[in-house]
Design a protein around this ligand. Structure first.
Ligand code: GLN
Length: 600
């Protein structure tokens, strides 16, 4: 070893121009205070690195440690905002407005923790940072290279995250698979990080896949071995190997993998497929994965056992509720352009999963193709929707499918089917109400007809200026004022101000508010100062559950804190499916659910 690691760090921070090292250290960084767990995938993509990483992070968080995850994407886009949900799953919006990969949703849900743009990076962001620095003379005459400058930027970002979020353990998920061209510089940076931080500081986890060809009927570990070898060729020796597979990975395969990769067999774990990802933390704990990681990072003395018992008990109550037999069985329709692709609506799917567990309801999701409904006769729409106990019209962009959505809202409004409109679904409820109740037959959104005579939903540049976004999307967490006593406020535990996440460009044109309200639509959620409508509802006396939100409640639904607008919807759907429950009990039925979730 050329010098002490601390010398490398000191040198790297201060004498960049005179040394081959380039490893700037953020202010306030204390070596040894922050540890790192790095998760990389081998053999193939889609192994669930995010689920793995967040489950381990949760176990350590439950022990009282402060954790911060980061996902490092290989692609060159600056964020996920422009990615097609067909190809890449939903765009997940963080509280600070960052548009990220849907994996960040997994982290937030499992950790029950709000993340920021610092918890997500792409190759595009890294390169942009390096190129900006170069243009500003940041490299003092040096030729700028992948190593050490790009890798130096990666290490800097990780350390900055550790300082900024005061993380005791940073969980780094490297996107893609080991051997990909795009993530090679991340892996190199992490190798350097481990060297600079010294022993007991970085725990490398190789997530791999054990194949079980049907024709052979046994587990084959060669692909896993080769994948891990590839990682070792890059200078990274894994400490832990987690084997994904269809079935529990047997001793024989695990021993072989252990032997070929210098990892003791008790650190090679089976991470086979499960019915629910929420059972994974408990399984990992039962197999001692958390203990092994604490040993590798020499952190046993930092855990707080009292906290752990409480956290584990709460989680296992949820998991029990999730896995036990449900009392009710309901069906919920979701209209959507991406109806074929569940990933495009992953957070809605999860929000429903959370409510199903808390309210003991088996929820059968029916995906409705609104493009086909665009031109369908009302009777055929009625036939499709009649069998449903609730309907959700989720967020979306563009014209296609909107007439089908408006027709679905109309059906729910007139036939007392519980309805939740999210973002575009909120806007479509306004259009339906304007057309069919207020008597404005050509009411529309200017998003799908720029020349609409009555654009009840429109872009209002003067309002956009308020939040400094020009014609851009209104993004991220914002305050919403709720009218006291409204259905919305009751659902949010009688709060009158909540914070919710937005991602929209269009909104209700204030000049129609009066007309809409006079005809019975209630705007129960508003911007705290401006006439921007954020929640609508129909009076409880006229409809069992009809509510729309300009924001996305699904983004903040967490296993232990399900989203109230979804809880209300599912409670109302249960009543729709089981009408024998007396009407006067309805509020008694859901309010306790909202206040004190899991019912036994
Ligand atoms: N397309 C609508 C808008 O931009 C709704 C957006 C959404 O549903 N996320 O306002």
């Amino acid at each position: 070893m050329p010098t002490e690691n601390s010398d490398i760090l000191a040198e790297a921070g201060h004498k960049t121009q005179e040394t081959e090292y380039y490893s700037p250290i953020p202010d306030g960084y204390v070596k040894g205070k922050h540890k790192y767990v790095v998760v990389m995938g081998t053999v193939m993509s889609g192994l669930g690195k995010g689920i793995f990483s967040s489950s381990v992070a949760k176990l350590l968080k439950d022990k009282g440690l402060r954790v911060s995850p980061i996902k490092m994407e290989g692609y060159l886009n600056i964020d996920s905002g422009t990615l097609n949900p067909y190809r890449h799953g939903e765009v997940f919006v963080l509280d600070d407005g960052m548009e990220t990969d849907m994996d960040l949703g997994t982290y937030e849900r499992i950790l029950d923790q709000n993340l920021t743009g610092d918890n997500f990076t792409t190759s595009g962001q890294i390169y942009r940072g390096v190129l900006d620095k170069e243009r500003h003379g940041g490299y003092l005459g040096r030729d700028v290279q992948m190593i050490p400058h790009v890798t130096g930027e990666v290490k800097y970002l990780l350390r900055k995250l550790a300082v900024k979020q005061n993380a005791e353990v940073v969980f780094v998920e490297v996107g893609g698979t080991v051997g990909d061209f795009e993530n090679a510089f991340y892996i190199e940076a992490l190798r350097e990080l481990a060297f600079e931080e010294g022993p007991d500081s970085v725990c490398f986890v190789a997530l791999t896949y054990v194949i079980e060809p049907r024709a052979l009927g046994e587990q084959k570990s060669k692909a896993a071995q080769l994948g891990i070898k590839r990682m070792m060729e890059l200078g990274v020796q894994p400490h832990i190997i987690a084997c994904r597979g269809r079935n529990p990975v047997g001793d024989k395969a695990r021993e072989k993998i252990a032997m070929f990769s210098n990892v003791p067999a008790n650190r090679v774990f089976s991470m086979h497929d499960r019915d629910s990802i929420y059972t994974i933390p408990e399984q990992m704990h039962a197999e001692g994965l958390d203990i092994q990681i604490l040993s590798i990072l020499n952190m046993h003395s930092r855990v707080r056992p009292a906290q752990e018992d409480k956290a584990r008990k709460q989680w296992s109550r949820f998991v029990n509720a999730l896995t036990r037999r449900r009392k009710y069985s309901i069906s919920v329709g979701i209209t959507g352009k991406y109806a074929e692709l569940r990933d495009a609506y992953a957070s809605i799917d999860k929000a429903l999963e959370h409510c199903g567990a808390h309210l003991s309801a088996d929820i059968d999701i029916k995906w409705l193709d609104t493009i086909a409904m665009d031109t369908a006769a009302p009777e055929s729409i009625a036939n499709t929707l009649r069998t449903l106990d609730a309907v959700i019209v989720p967020g979306g962009f563009g014209h296609r499918g909107t007439e089908g959505k408006i027709a679905s809202v109309k059906y729910c409004r007139e036939n007392l089917t519980p309805y939740l409109g999210i973002c575009l679904g909120f806007q479509m409820a306004v259009v339906d109400f304007a057309r069919n109740v207020c008597g404005i037959p050509d009411a529309a959104s200017s998003e799908f007809d720029q020349n609409a005579a009555n654009p009840v939903i429109d872009i209002l540049p003067e309002q956009k200026k308020i939040e400094g976004l020009g014609g851009n999307m209104r993004l991220g967490g914002k305050q919403v004022q709720l009218t006291a006593g409204s259905l919305a406020s009751i659902l949010y535990d009688n709060q009158t101000e909540i914070r919710q996440r937005f991602r929209h460009r269009y909104e209700v044109d204030p000049k129609f508010i009066d007309t809409l309200e006079k005809h019975g639509l209630i705007f129960s959620g508003r911007h705290p100062e401006q006439p921007i409508m954020q929640v609508l509802e129909l009076p409880f006396a006229t409809h069992p559950y009809f509510i729309g939100a300009q924001f996305h409640p699904e983004l903040t639904s967490r296993p232990l804190h399900p989203a109230p607008l979804f809880m209300g919807l599912i409670a109302a759907a249960i009543r729709h499916a089981y009408p024998e429950v007396p009407a006067e009990q309805i509020s008694e039925r859901w309010l306790p659910f909202v206040k004190e979730p899991i019912q036994s």
